[in-house]
Write a protein that binds this ligand. Structure first.
Ligand code: VAH
Length: 316
């Protein structure tokens, strides 16, 4: 049984319905600082929770009788730069509370990490699991802290801590303040207005993943037998592309124009890897991705058109 924080975020919106199909309708208790609705028949039990409140966090996990905490609450890269103290509260103090809630309630805990843990001194092509991690964003720094403290709780207290370094997550829900979210906005803007001004330069290559691959990979790690794991934190990769490559893929299916005008987020993207080496995840627990850029594009166009009440322009 999962206790989920930050349930209304980009990962939670897709992960929670998937958990229902994979583990059954009584498998989750969800929490968020804001009330949240999900597109599932029976709404899961909802507990309002600000993860910064340690006592409330520990109590909520106890009451839920959960066996696993999925701690999704976090401020992503761009938003964390704009609200630094708030991001430190949620990403650092909230994480401390999550680890304590797991230790005290004797639950497993899963916390997403990110390719944002890598920085300009990390290798940028086929970045390996183990290398220099000196991130230059507040978000990346908080995720390095999370990985180190999660490993510490595992070693010192035997807490079953697991984590995946996600690339840019792409889904048909509105973007949540990330830098990779240009790759979500572009679909919405082209379908609505047939034009999009991308805030990254056209040659900015970044590792990306369609949300279905990300969700399935996460559950595969959660289900992986302890003896198959050789580490607590794994790189997770799928595809890498530039805004120009994504734009030309989308414009095969729908009309529009894409322009490029870098803003402050260009520096975050330039500090991250261009591609990821996830061979350890593929070796240890059979990770493999299914969505390439074209299949992802066809799926995104279909889903967003459905949400907009428009016919799908892709016939076959
Ligand atoms: C962000 N989508 O852009 C997140 C991700 C690698 C970046 O962690 O902040």
């Amino acid at each position: 049984k999962f206790f989920i924080t930050g349930a209304s975020g980009q990962i939670g919106k897709k992960l929670i319905p998937y958990l229902f199909t994979r583990y059954g309708p009584n498998c989750v208790v969800v929490s968020d600082v804001n009330q949240t609705k999900f597109d599932v028949e029976s709404q899961p039990p909802f507990i309002p929770l600000d993860v910064v409140n340690k006592e409330a966090f520990i109590k909520a996990v106890e009451t839920s009788e959960a066996t696993d905490i999925l701690h999704l609450a976090a401020y992503l890269s761009a938003k964390a730069e704009l609200q630094l103290q708030k991001s430190i509260d949620v990403n650092i103090l909230g994480l401390n509370n999550a680890l304590e809630a797991a230790r005290i309630n004797n639950t497993a805990i899963y916390v997403p990490s990110s390719i944002a843990v890598f920085g300009p001194t990390s290798p940028r092509v086929r970045t390996p699991d183990d290398c220099v991690v000196q991130p230059t964003t507040a978000y990346g720094i908080s995720k390095v802290y999370m990985e180190l403290m999660g490993n510490y709780y595992h070693k010192k207290f035997g807490v079953n801590f697991r984590s995946l370094r996600y690339p840019g997550a792409i889904s048909s829900d509105p973007p949540g303040g990330g830098t990779t979210d240009y790759a979500v906005e572009i679909y919405f803007e082209l379908l609505k207005n047939q034009k999009y001004e991308c805030f990254l330069s056209k040659g900015t290559e970044l590792p990306m993943m369609y949300i279905d691959d990300l969700i399935e990979g996460t559950c595969d790690l959660l289900d992986a037998p302890e003896e198959t794991l050789t580490r607590r934190v794994y790189n997770l990769g799928a595809i890498s592309f530039t805004p120009e490559q994504l734009a030309s893929c989308i414009l095969k299916y729908i009309p529009g124009t894409v322009t490029y005008k870098s803003d402050h987020r260009q520096a975050y993207a330039d500090s991250w890897p261009m591609s990821i080496d996830d061979s350890l995840a593929r070796r240890d627990w059979n990770w493999k991705h299914k969505f390439d850029m074209d299949i992802m594009t066809r799926t995104m166009i279909k889903l967003i058109c459905m949400q907009m009440g428009k016919p799908n322009p892709i016939k076959n």
